[in-house]
Write a protein that binds this ligand. Sequence first.
Ligand code: COA
Length: 158
Amino acid sequence: MSKEIMLREVEAQDLPFFFEQQMDPDATRMAAFPSRERNAFMAHWLKIMKDPSGVLRTILYEEQVAGNIVSWVQEGEHEVGYWLGKEYWGKGIATSALSQFLKIVMDRPLFAHVARHNTASQRVLEKCRFIPFISVKPTTITGVEDTDEIVLRLDIID
Ligand SMILES: CC(C)(COP(=O)(O)OP(=O)(O)OC[C@H]1O[C@@H](n2cnc3c(N)ncnc32)[C@H](O)[C@@H]1OP(=O)(O)O)[C@@H](O)C(=O)NCCC(=O)NCCS
């Protein structure tokens, strides 16, 4: 399986795939994260691609752009996030991608903010040895007001 799932640097040609993936209503519900319209989305990605504190990778599955995984610094804390196109869900891709990413990003502690109902993402993190740090708090996810989130934390470096 892991041979089929690879990370590489993000290229400009990946952005239209990421854009479509974050437009999916099932995905935005799952992540409790609103989609961005095209201009805002492209502006956001062009900005984060210039941020030296960020680590951005494209997730490839059988050489197709399955999604992205990113790390950034927010209020002094290192954060991780990821997003897959719906057709790639349920194949172990996120778990493998995160486990590969944790060998690239060695900052610890590393935090992840997850909507309380997003059990898939919580499982991905737990399988990579993140532990719940704050079990439920009002969300800090931009643009979302009615969802609690769980904060998970990783201290281990493999
Ligand atoms: C969350 C997401 C990354 C999971 O990716 P994935 O590749 O399908 O996850 P995996 O296949 O590695 O599965 C990991 C675990 O989650 C479970 N899982 C997958 N989809 C699930 C679902 N819809 N509901 C409940 N559990 C689910 C799997 O069974 C597996 O657990 P197990 O090993 O105990 O069986 C993907 O659904 C996604 O991109 N969603 C939209 C964006 C998002 O939510 N991003 C994360 C924001 S914090």
